[in-house]
Ligand binder design. Structure first.
Ligand code: PSU
Ligand code: MN
Length: 308
């Protein structure tokens, strides 16, 4: 692609030209979501999961104001170590561009960049949504899901959110919420939430067919694929609830709002659970990268049949 603010690696450019499966990976999880050095290991391991599934990983980030797809290992190191990176959602791209900043792209930011580059599949940990703490904090992720035709693989919305309100918003915006081998909407750290998905699908092939059917109707919304955290690292909802409640109260007391809220809650919950929630977060991220790689392979094998 030719665009003054984009720079794709040679590998990603070739992959997209040849039409081989590519999976976009976000970078807010590296810059704001996880502590160092787990963030660096995770960034490398997510790329490996995508490769092992037979697809090409494209980590998306801003470096010196350029929107980059496909980073070198040195660039991943730099992103993981920097403490002054921006958290880049739709409203923040131009800021990063004109100020020549480094930044981690959120789910919304990654979707915008990946879609412009022609990538159809994207893996993250948990999407943003409607927060409980402040009355009007609704993640741009939901807006991006409403208007960007991509398959987004996640482990549900982050459990720190108002999950029923988040699902209502997605329904209003016409975003199908697919449960991968589950009828229940997963709650990030937990496999259960007590809430339903809009469709259950049991294989990457069915997911590719589903997306094709969705977009064949001219719909521009994403297909949100929810993949429960692996059983061995999951934490039951009943165990998580008091920790989430405590972290939420502290956020209110300390008047933490806006972009800082999600990173605060995730790191506070990790402290309160003595690292168990961090372990679950890492496991679900890898699990999602793997599934996204498998789905991308199916989209490729069916390429001739679908168009948006
Ligand atoms: N998944 C994770 N950890 C994260 C995120 C996702 O396991 O930190 C990031 C995503 O980039 C998502 C962001 O877009 O959290 C949500 O931020 P907010 O609630 O401020 O919109
Ligand atoms: Mn927010």
């Amino acid at each position: 692609m030719k665009h003054p603010h984009f720079q794709l690696s040679v590998k990603i450019t070739r992959a997209l030209n040849l039409g081989v499966p590519v999976v976009a990976l976000e970078s807010t999880v590296i810059t704001h979501g996880l502590p160092h050095p787990q963030n660096l290991n995770l960034a490398r391991d997510m790329e490996k999961q995508v490769s092992d599934a037979g697809a090409i990983p494209a980590t998306v980030a801003l470096l010196e104001g350029k929107i980059r797809l496909g980073l070198s290992d040195e660039e991943l190191v730099r992103l993981s170590e920097s403490e002054s990176t921006l958290k880049v959602s739709h409203r923040d791209f131009a800021t990063a561009i004109v100020k020549k900043k480094d930044g981690g792209t959120t789910v919304a930011g990654t979707m915008l960049a990946a879609h412009m580059a022609g990538i159809k599949v994207f893996a993250t940990g948990g999407i943003g949504g409607v927060h409980k703490e402040s009355s009007f904090d609704i993640s741009t992720d939901l807006k991006a899901l409403a208007e960007t035709p991509m398959i987004v693989v996640c482990a549900g919305a982050k459990a720190i959110l108002d999950l029923p309100a988040t699902l209502e918003y997605l329904e209003t915006m016409g975003v199908p919420v697919v449960g991968y081998q589950t009828d229940e909407f997963p709650a990030f750290y937990s496999r259960e939430s007590g809430l339903n998905v809009s469709a259950r699908l049991d294989s990457p092939q069915e997911i590719a067919e589903f997306a094709k059917a969705h977009w064949s109707l001219g719909l521009k919304s994403a297909v949100l694929v929810t993949n429960p955290v692996p059983e061995t690292d999951s934490i039951p909802k009943s165990e998580m609830e008091p920790f989430i409640a405590q972290a939420s109260v502290e956020a209110l007391e300390e008047e933490i709002h806006g972009q800082a809220l999600t990173p605060f809650l995730l790191s506070r919950i990790s402290e309160l659970t003595e690292g168990r929630s961090l372990k679950a977060n890492l496991a679900l991220l890898l699990n999602n990268a793997r599934l996204a790689g498998e789905i991308a392979g199916e989209m490729y094998s069916r390429k001739k049949e679908w168009t948006v």
